[in-house]
Write a protein that binds this ligand. Structure first.
Ligand SMILES: *Cc1c(COP(=O)(O)O)cnc(C)c1O
Length: 365
């Protein structure tokens, strides 16, 4: 197999980040979180239209912290979709909270509220809404569903930065929204996570949880339980530069999605999930085909990188046993057919055309 010339994804930095790091180090900063992190938090709360944003060290721990801040404890249950990154259920398991898997709906690939309703028990305290690839259902209905069943709504919007429902940013419909700045995301700080909320109470709890349970830095009295899940200013300077590029990148992501859709939609074997580009800036280009591995091998021979979408959580070795009595037909259907095509915001029209041509060849051969 030849060398991969068009990767499935790659981060994107330039002189702006390099200069920002240089300037920051020269300025005598302490590297750990301080003013630059606060500046990044302000940018995020402004961008998402929330009162508060809190940086954490990644988008997995941010989910765990959100559950702790909401008062969930070991033995409680949280509803989690079966189609998501492993972080979503594992973030709950870390503190003994039980993720209860729920099937997805085909129209959005997000959690199916009808199935969720069947899985509510006396121990269910929250619902984790994962905006898969930036798509979502009617979030007002999701929020109303949670209210009706007295569940907290925690949005795992790791793939939803720059995506909206009805002009309101994802992550803002429930108590807390969570984001990730890991390398594959639209913008990255290497590792990094963030939480957004409009609740001063939750904000204060989260601030303490991630900073040793103290009321402010530099003191050694700890009236609250807490740990260390802080960010660093060294990463924040990169994040600030990445945030400045966010809108252009999101627009490019929508453009790339449209290029692929226009170039491939007549191929019968390829299914695109309906995506309203006014709301959604797709993070990755996800297509669903009968034989994803065959297509992936064909593309690799042409130097094109792809990645299988997440296996259903209930099929992962660590979760199989717990859910062996349940069925998740919609998740299974999509997980088995899903393939992520090259999705970097750096892609040129020529590169996308080459990928489209190569896919067409595979089907026309
Ligand atoms: C990326 C991602 C996470 C995890 O974020 P990290 O920063 O890598 O810990 C959680 N949930 C979803 C849906 C993700 O895509």
């Amino acid at each position: 197999m030849g060398e991969i010339k068009i990767p499935q994804m790659e981060p994107w930095f330039d002189e702006k980040e390099a200069k920002a790091i240089y300037d920051y180090v020269k300025s005598g900063g302490w590297l750990t979180e301080f003013k630059k992190t606060e500046e990044l938090e302000k940018m995020l709360s402004r961008f998402t239209g929330t009162k508060f944003a809190i940086m954490t060290n990644n988008g997995t721990i941010s989910l765990t912290l959100a559950m702790i801040a909401l008062g969930l404890v070991a033995g409680d249950e949280i509803l989690v979709p079966d189609l998501t990154m492993i972080s979503s259920p594992n973030s709950a398991h870390m503190v003994g909270i039980k993720p209860v898997l729920v099937d997805i709906e085909a129209s959005t690939l997000c959690i199916d509220l009808k199935d969720a309703e069947k899985k509510i028990s006396k121990k269910t305290k929250a619902l984790m809404y994962v905006a898969f690839n930036g798509r979502s259902a009617n979030m007002k209905k999701v929020a109303a569903f949670c209210k009706k069943h007295r569940l907290f709504l925690l949005e795992d919007s790791a793939q939803g930065l720059g995506s909206y429902w009805n002009r309101k940013h994802l992550g803002t419909f429930g108590e807390i929204g969570s984001f990730s700045f890991s390398v594959p995301k639209v913008i990255t700080t290497g590792q990094g996570g963030a939480l957004i909320t409009n609740s001063k109470l939750l904000y204060n709890r989260l601030k303490k949880l991630k900073d040793f349970g103290r009321d402010k830095g530099g003191i050694d009295f700890h009236p609250h339980m807490g740990w260390n899940f802080k960010f660093t200013d060294l990463q924040a300077v990169i994040g600030i530069e990445q945030m400045k590029k966010l809108s252009t990148r999101l627009e490019k992501k929508r453009q790339i999605y449209k290029w692929y859709l226009d170039g491939l939609k007549d191929i019968k074997d390829i299914e695109f999930v309906e995506t309203n580009l006014k709301n959604t800036s797709p993070w990755f280009i996800d297509i669903f085909v009968s034989k994803p591995n065959g297509l992936a091998v064909h593309l690799a021979k042409r130097g094109i990188g792809t990645r299988r979408i997440y296996p259903a959580i209930h099929t992962q070795k660590i979760w199989k046993e717990a859910f062996k009595r349940n069925k998740f037909p919609v998740t299974s259907n999509y997980a088995d057919r899903g393939l992520w095509l090259p999705s970097s915001a750096k892609l040129t029209r020529r590169e996308v055309n080459y990928v489209i041509q190569s896919i067409r060849e595979h089907y026309e051969a």
